[in-house]
Design a protein around this ligand. Structure first.
Ligand SMILES: [Cu+2]
Length: 504
């Protein structure tokens, strides 16, 4: 709601008849004057570094180093290691990442405008590739890239003065550049303005990236890089902090009601622009594009590939706030989803309650998908037990099937038939994988109740996911027991029963 005065002001601004409004109120609706600029790089040199050189505090995501707290320029020494290593990209899926500091994104660097940064890049002897670094906060050709080209087992050094304040992406710029970035070689460097940023209670470091594999989304095992998909800009995964689930469940970001939270969010790309949004929150401030000005009261902020933004918000009510790329298939089908868990007292005057994250998140918000990878590992060694299948199937059922059939398979009268003690399942247990893979359309009778609806096929599930969910359903809620194997699921995938659903 705008105060009457502002409405009036808006209506009559052109004629400048602002009688009746106080000066202050009139002023608050003005955009910042164009002359109030910070002076940029030409005003960013505060002279030679003072005091003894400082070793930079580097942090792994989602942590952020403390404010520099300095009032004079210093010499800051940054030592960053390039590490090539296999890490999980999703539950039961590994990927060969190339990293700055052993993590994706790389270590967070924090300096102050006017600081002289002595930068050491060391490429571990175990590396297979040469690498370098281009820091967007550097003034000078290549941003440090040619100065830091470093073969495996070597180290290089260069020095720059941080002339512009802002939040900057750094990345590897060794050919093929896209491949080095796609493999996780990016991070953030914050150059604080001389007066620092306004203090907040919590600061976190989150960075989006898109990943390209020859395998399918969540296909278990090792996922090799796919250059063709990368060129086509068709990612398998879109992730926050380099791993599906890096910031969900036990690893969720945390804060308390009443606190101010700040996110430093970067986008490494290599290809996609992020429509960054937090479900259930409004950014009180966004330093858009990582620059000096902030916008207020923002729902979604655009973060270009190779760009960043800083956002602050105050937490009023507890619950799970979901960080997403609002290009929403990326969030629910490619992994671009993280959680900020806020604890504290409810305030029903602000929000009445009834948690929606269950419906919203499905299995993406589940704390633990470990059973899924345990089952995958056991399956590959050939000694998968029914118990392991049931455990894995249970984790997958939540969110995949429970959205309609409900958490305990009880269904919803007249709408979704029950899976619990279902006589339809008991009549032929192999119907379960068939219905999952091909859907079901038309009249069915379950436990004496008629249903005439449409279950869409869920053929995006892999054979072992279908096998495990089916085995879980068969061994739960008074159903007859038994087991569906991966091979059976694969065979059933090839058949198409007459009453299969077309998925609409
Ligand atoms: Cu590289």
């Amino acid at each position: 709601m705008l105060p009457t005065c502002s409405l009036l002001l808006a209506a009559v601004l052109a004629s400048l008849t602002v009688a009746g409004c106080s000066r202050d109120e009139a002023k608050s609706t003005d955009a910042p004057a164009a002359s109030a600029d910070s002076g940029g790089s030409a005003k960013g040199d505060f002279g030679p570094p003072q005091g003894t050189p400082i070793d930079a505090v580097l942090t792994a995501p989602p942590n952020v180093p403390p404010p520099t707290g300095r009032t004079a320029p210093a010499k800051v020494i940054v030592k960053l290691d390039v590490v090539e290593k296999d890490m999980p990209i999703s539950e039961g899926v590994t990927y060969t990442f190339w990293t700055f500091g052993g993590t994706v994104p790389g270590s967070f660097i924090r300096v102050r405008q006017g600081d002289t940064v002595e930068f050491h890049l060391r490429n571990l002897p175990e590396s297979k590739m040469p690498h370098n670094i281009d820091l967007h906060g550097v003034t000078g050709p290549g941003g440090g890239a040619s100065a830091t080209f470093t073969a495996p087992g070597h180290s290089s050094q260069f020095t720059f003065k941080a002339l512009n304040a802002g939040l900057y992406v750094y990345h590897c710029a060794t050919a093929p550049v896209g491949m080095h970035i796609a493999n996780g070689m990016y991070g953030l460097i914050l150059v604080e303005p001389p007066e620092g940023l306004p203090p907040v209670d919590k600061e976190y470091y989150v960075m989006q990236g898109d990943f390209y594999t020859t395998t399918k989304y969540r296909e278990k095992g090792h996922a090799p890089f796919d250059m063709e998909r990368a060129i086509d800009e068709n990612p398998t995964y879109v992730l926050f902090n380099g791993r599906e689930g890096a910031l969900t469940g036990d690893q969720a970001l945390t804060a308390n009601v009443g606190q101010n939270v700040r996110l430093f969010v970067g986008n490494g790309g290599p290809n996609l622009v992020s429509s960054f949004h937090v479900i259930g929150e409004i950014f009180d401030k966004v330093w858009f594009e990582g620059g000096t000005r902030f916008q207020e009261n923002v729902q979604t902020t655009m973060i270009p590939a190779g760009g960043a933004a800083i956002m602050d918000f105050h937490l009023e009510v507890p619950g799970s706030y979901v960080l997403v790329d609002h290009s929403i298939f990326r969030a629910f089908n490619k992994g671009a989803l993280a959680i900020l868990k806020a604890e504290g007292p409810e305030d029903k005057t602000i929000y009445s309650g009834k948690e929606v994250d269950y419906v919203y998140l499905g299995d993406r918000g589940q704390p633990n998908m470990k059973a899924v990878s345990t089952a995958a590992a056991a399956a590959s060694t050939g000694d998968l037990t029914v118990e392991q299948q049931v455990a894995a199937g249970k984790a997958l059922f939540a969110g995949t099937c429970s959205t309609c059939h409900q958490a305990e398979g009880q269904g919803m009268p007249g709408v979704f038939p029950p899976l619990a003690k279902s006589d339809y399942i008991a009549a032929d247990p192999k119907r379960v994988p068939s219905v999952i893979l091909h859907g079901l359309v038309g009249p069915v009778k379950v436990n004496g109740q008629d249903y005439n609806s449409n279950m869409p096929p869920m053929s995006q599930l892999t054979d072992d996911e279908v096998a495990n969910i089916s085995t879980y359903v068969l061994n739960s809620w008074g159903n007859p027991g038994g087991r569906v194997t991966k091979a059976e699921a694969a065979a059933i995938r090839q058949q198409k029963p007459g009453n299969a659903s077309e998925g609409h």
